[in-house]
Design a binder for this molecule. Structure first.
Ligand code: FAD
Length: 469
């Protein structure tokens, strides 16, 4: 009787407990990935693009150890049933996932299979500790990051990662499979994937290389450089690899082990990822409902033109626009800039944070059900341990502080690239002769600010006050 390994967002061979436990049984292995159709939320466009390439890599990696990846689309329960009926498999293994609807499906599938006397095993593979395992003294979960992370240190699993299997007893019974092309995960008209591709090396090998080169230097100055979007390698850019499970957090931890002091700040960010999963676990509707329900009365504005200007990087604030265009062109946006662009949408434009969360979900290659939702709520002030609402980022002084020479803006907003440093983050203050010299026609070649900073700030504070009254 074969054993089925159901791959999900754990698209790697190394440190993959479900796979290695399945191999250990000595049974013939059936490796399967299901493009599930009964999901609460479809993957975004950028995530689908990444997934296509990541599955290609996984499929090649499985071929190389004598196995084969079966691809099927539909309801996972029905597909597993079908494979079990064809192959007489009597075991199914997978690594856990934590979004609410996925957990429910997994629990239902597990109980159905167990009723049929199959052995079903699930493992923790994508987090350092289970989101329910770190409890406060009184028994609940932590709602504030710092004490959470302090307590989590006693629970996280930093044992050695499991090596990738070198060979697999492959089930040769011929199970029906789709091809990746059947799923049309790649964009066609236009093929914006071509634009994203040069920025990434998709798959575990790319992930480990990114980690290695980050630990080879940039980690030393990470505490400061992580705020500088103008530095190409200020951060690790591991997020899409983590979101797709091409590398495990334990592998990252392990690689930092010899240099714990230098990597401390970096590992704290991995801690934020863990914390986001705690919040998602306890609030399955984290992407759609305010964590703090006193935000339910917030007077959001519906303004399609402003939303579009933000999405397309045409707000007239160069730092915000550079961020939104970086997102569009590369599928990723620097963390400091995410905070500023998100704050701009929520506070300067008074647009509901859920609109921003949706846009990021669709356009980020690292779109993550926990980190995206938790971070948007953090910026909005509606989340657990959130930034207070009245902390309103100034979109041009943030640029001046974290992109002091304007290099980041010049890269993504080329139409104002010739402006001198003094005006690069506030072109509306540039004298006419400077604009002429730089070839900038405000309102024509580059927009004037769609809202004025000071009144927008006051309007945001007034709206907040109104929502509390
Ligand atoms: P590094 O600085 O190298 O950090 C290493 C890893 O730690 C990251 O890969 C990531 O897994 C984790 N991490 C870092 N910062 C955070 C954080 N604030 N919260 C949670 N995990 C973190 N991150 C996502 O992975 N997916 C998202 O969908 C996502 N949406 C976001 C939306 C907003 C509005 C904001 C403000 C932040 C969001 N983040 C998200 C968090 C953060 O911006 C990214 O994780 C980070 O920019 C990824 O780049 P990096 O891998 O170079 O990070």
């Amino acid at each position: 009787h074969p054993v089925i390994v159901w791959f999900r967002r754990d698209l790697r061979l190394s440190d993959n407990p479900a796979l290695s436990e399945a191999v250990k049984t000595g049974k013939p292995v059936i490796a399967v990935y299901v493009m599930e159709t009964d999901v609460a939320r479809e993957l975004g466009g950028a995530s689908k693009w990444w997934l296509h390439h990541s599955l290609t890599k996984l499929s090649h990696a499985l071929d190389a150890i004598g196995s084969k990846l079966i691809l099927r689309r539909g309801k996972a329960g029905e597909i597993l049933d079908d494979i079990i009926n064809q192959s007489a498999a009597d075991m199914v293994m997978w690594n856990r996932r934590y979004a609410g609807d996925a957990r429910e499906r997994d629990a239902a599938i597990k109980s159905t299979l167990k009723d049929r006397d199959l052995t079903v095993k699930s493992y923790r593979a994508n987090l350092l500790s289970e989101p329910w395992s770190v409890e406060t003294k009184s028994g609940g979960y932590y709602k504030v990051f710092t004490p959470y992370w302090r307590a989590a240190k006693d629970f996280i699993d930093v044992s050695d990662p499991i090596p990738a299997p070198t060979s697999v007893n492959h089930y040769g019974g011929g199970i029906k499979t789709d091809t990746l092309d059947d799923w049309t995960l790649l964009p066609t008209k236009p093929d914006w994937g071509e634009k994203l591709a040069p920025h990434w090396s998709i798959g575990p090998e790319g992930a480990h290389k990114a980690l290695e080169s980050f630990l080879d230097g940039p980690v030393e100055n990470y505490a400061d450089d992580r705020n500088r979007p103008d530095y190409e390698d200020g951060t690790s850019r591991l997020s899409p690899h983590l979101a797709n499970g091409e590398i495990s957090p334990r592998e990252i931890w392990h690689a930092c082990k010899d240099n714990e002091y230098t990597s401390r700040k970096f590992l704290t960010e991995i801690g934020w990822r863990e914390f986001s999963y705690v919040l998602l676990f306890h609030h399955p509707d984290l992407a759609s409902a305010n964590y703090k329900d006193d935000f339910d009365k917030f007077p959001w504005e519906s303004n399609q033109d402003a939303l579009k200007a933000w999405q397309h990087g045409k707000t007239g604030y160069p730092f915000v626009d550079a961020g939104m265009r970086q997102l569009w062109q590369t599928g990723w946006q620097h963390n400091r800039v995410r905070m500023v662009t998100a704050s701009f949408l929520i506070k300067h434009l008074l647009i509901d944070w859920r609109e921003g969360e949706k846009w990021f979900h669709d356009t980020l290659v690292d779109a993550d059900p926990a980190s995206n939702a938790a971070s948007w709520q953090w910026v909005a002030g509606s989340g657990a341990d959130a930034s207070p609402y009245f902390r309103i980022f100034n979109p041009f002084t943030q640029g001046e502080k974290f992109d002091p020479n304007g290099d980041y803006v010049r890269k993504y907003v080329p139409e104002i690239a010739k402006l001198p440093k003094k005006y690069i983050h506030r072109p509306w203050e540039a004298p006419q002769n400077v604009l002429d010299y730089a070839g900038v026609k405000l309102g024509k070649t580059y927009p004037k600010p769609i809202v004025e900073h000071k009144p927008a700030r006051e309007r945001a504070l007034a709206a907040y006050k109104e929502s509390r009254s």
